[in-house]
Design a binder for this molecule. Structure first.
Ligand code: F6P
Length: 614
């Protein structure tokens, strides 16, 4: 085709796209249909335009590469790049047009139906959303684990349905599953299926306690705890990943399922799944920070981990800086093409989209909806603690973990009481601390250290029956936790490093009365969103103590103004939006793959076999 004809065709196509783009912004529900039609028309036009110049097979290769983000060597590069940009603009237009409506469970369900044809989601997460436990009286009871991941993902599964594949770790878990190791959950609602994977003690020790929690966990958090990497833990980690990958593939009822992997427990599973199901759409979300490249290099198997993760179609982190750290690691340890502008990594012919998707909580929160009003919660909690009605109450809700800055928090409370005696006898801080990873020595030692610290501070300031700190080292179910959130004058999150921290967002979601002050560590992902919190550096004991005093003396109008702003933020950027954006991106990738596949099939049908060389 002559350059002038080609240019004219390009102009016509681009003008058409711009017109369509404009139409899309005003077309509402018809948008996706218009978009799909135009995209297909555009691809056909291009196919015709280049047919006389390049071989169709070569052109398909180029188009495919362009769609995946790899530069095309042919002189079609510029126009294809333009087209790609416009197709993306159109998709973004559809998304942007839609964001004027809030994300809800219903909208997420609709998105799944419209964009992914209602395909159910397969979630793989180490922690299961419901544990069946044998109570001392022999009854089987259901327990909700202390896990930010579970609080975020469980409402998504209730909305989407599908299968959650998790480690069966409850003492009565085996008693309630069927022959396929399935049990319908939530109990009594049966919205989705929980598939339990069983691990031996040895496997759990190597994969979960060892590699995941003594190796990767401290590696990814800036907390000065030394990561421990053992060869045998690594072997267990890969094997257990393989077990979960196999379970996910067993649950898939098609060759291109949507599989959503969670967290640092499953770095190897994306590639293991990809090898079994090459056409699967694999989404992975890393719920903890990703360290800088020097720190990541401490791990003895950096390339293997990165290659495992790059089996994903989409790889999500909480923040852009975690994404950049990941891309730096790929640059350093792999032979791969890193396209920072396009958020893409191309490795061994596979393309992975690497993007930030800050996680959140459900809105409205179903536990908050079930909780009594704030005054009732306050009355009940104060009565339980034997405190007077005018007591000032602070709360902390954490797993007992060295990343949470519990010692720093207690030190700030001690300084507050030392410097501001007016709070003596008036301010009580209740720390709910869920036992966690207790087979690991560092966690057991932390328990001893915090217990001793609390005893010392309490002994120092005790007045009659009053103690400044109530340390409740036990598992608490969500209704009890939400009662504390609603009763408290302040909630303190003092993590030394935290991917997001959903306690902060849960506290906000619990405060319909628009009261209560959130003290939030600047080292959490949540601090980037909740700017109306009192942001603190937990290492700075003096300022954190001052922040406690500010929170305890804050006027009601100021509390309301701050809480209202934070509630607006969490309501809009809720967990349905988090999941919805990943699903939208997954749908876009699948559409691209399908167009490529269709064109490829077409060419295979049309192209006569090349004559054999003699
Ligand atoms: O925050 C990281 C995380 O693994 C979450 O994904 C999970 O909610 C939490 O820690 C609980 O940890 P575990 O599953 O080890 O009890």
């Amino acid at each position: 085709m002559r350059p002038i004809r080609r240019a004219a065709l390009a102009v016509v196509v681009l003008v058409g796209l711009l017109v369509a783009n404009q139409a899309l912004r005003t077309s509402g529900a018809a948008g996706p249909i218009v978009f799909t039609g135009l995209a297909v028309a555009l691809l056909c036009a291009l196919l015709i335009a280049w047919a006389g110049r390049a071989s169709r097979r070569q052109w398909i290769e180029e188009l495919r590469a362009a769609l995946r983000g790899t530069p095309a060597p042919h002189d079609a590069t510029a126009l294809i790049a333009d087209v790609r940009r416009h197709v993306e603009t159109l998709t973004d237009g559809v998304q942007a047009g839609a964001t004027t409506q809030p994300w809800t469970a219903r909208r997420l369900r609709r998105t799944l139906a419209e964009r992914l044809h209602g395909e159910g989601v397969l979630v793989v997460a180490n922690r299961e959303p419901y544990l069946h436990e044998r109570a001392p009286d022999g009854q089987i009871v259901v327990r909700h684990p202390a896990s930010g991941l579970v609080s975020a993902l469980e409402p998504v599964m209730r909305a989407c349905s599908g299968v959650w594949i998790g480690h069966g770790s409850g003492t009565a878990d085996r008693q309630v599953v069927d022959a396929q190791d399935h049990v319908a959950v939530p109990p009594g609602e049966d919205s989705y299926v929980l598939r339990r994977v069983w691990l031996t003690e040895e496997e759990e020790r190597g994969y979960y306690y060892g590699f995941a929690n003594e190796g990767l966990w401290p590696l990814c958090h800036n907390v000065h705890t030394r990561p421990v990497f053992r060869r045998e833990d690594w072997d267990f980690y890969r094997d257990v990943n393989e077990r979960f990958a196999a379970a996910a593939c067993e649950e898939a009822d098609r060759e291109d399922p949507i599989i959503f992997l969670q967290d640092y427990h499953f770095a190897m599973a994306p590639r293991q799944i990809r090898e079994r199901l090459p056409r699967a759409t694999i989404l992975s979300f890393w719920h903890i920070p990703w360290p800088n490249v020097e720190r990541f290099g401490i791990c003895p198997w950096p390339a293997e981990i990165l290659e495992g993760m790059l089996g994903s179609s989409i790889l999500g982190f909480h923040t852009p800086s975690h994404c950049n750290n990941f891309l730096d690691a790929v640059d350093r340890f792999l032979e791969a093409r890193v396209d920072r502008a396009g958020n893409l990594v191309v490795h061994q012919g596979l393309t992975t989209l690497v993007r930030p998707y800050p996680i959140s909580v459900e809105w409205p929160n179903h536990w908050a909806l079930q909780a009594p009003p704030a005054e009732d919660c306050r009355r009940k909690v104060l009565a339980e603690l034997k405190l007077p009605a005018d007591a000032l109450l602070g709360v902390g809700v954490d797993r007992l973990d060295y990343t949470k800055g519990l010692e720093e928090r207690m030190a700030a409370i001690e300084l507050l009481l030392e410097r501001r005696p007016e709070f003596l006898g008036r301010f009580t801080f209740v720390q709910l601390a869920a036992p966690s990873r207790t087979l690991i020595g560092t966690y057991r030692e932390l328990n001893e250290q915090v217990t001793q610290l609390v005893e010392r501070i309490n002994a120092r300031f005790a007045q009659g029956r009053w103690r400044p700190i109530v340390f409740l080292h036990a598992h608490h179910e969500p209704p009890a936790i939400f009662r504390y959130y609603r009763a408290a004058d302040l909630c303190c999150v003092s993590s030394l490093h935290d991917g997001m921290n959903l306690v902060a967002k849960e506290f906000v979601s619990a405060r319909e009365d628009e009261r209560g002050v959130l003290m939030l560590s600047q080292f959490t992902g949540a601090a980037g969103e909740l700017s109306q919190a009192l942001l603190v550096n937990p290492y700075d004991t003096e300022r954190t103590a001052e922040a406690f005093a500010t929170a305890l003396t804050m006027s009601v109008p100021e509390q309301e103004a701050r809480m209202r702003a934070m509630r607006q933020q969490v309501a809009e950027f809720n967990v349905y939006r988090w999941a919805g954006r990943m699903i939208e991106d997954a749908a876009r990738l699948r559409e691209q793959d399908r167009v490529t596949q269709t064109l490829e099939n077409h060419v295979d049908r049309e192209t006569p076999p090349e004559p054999a060389r003699t």
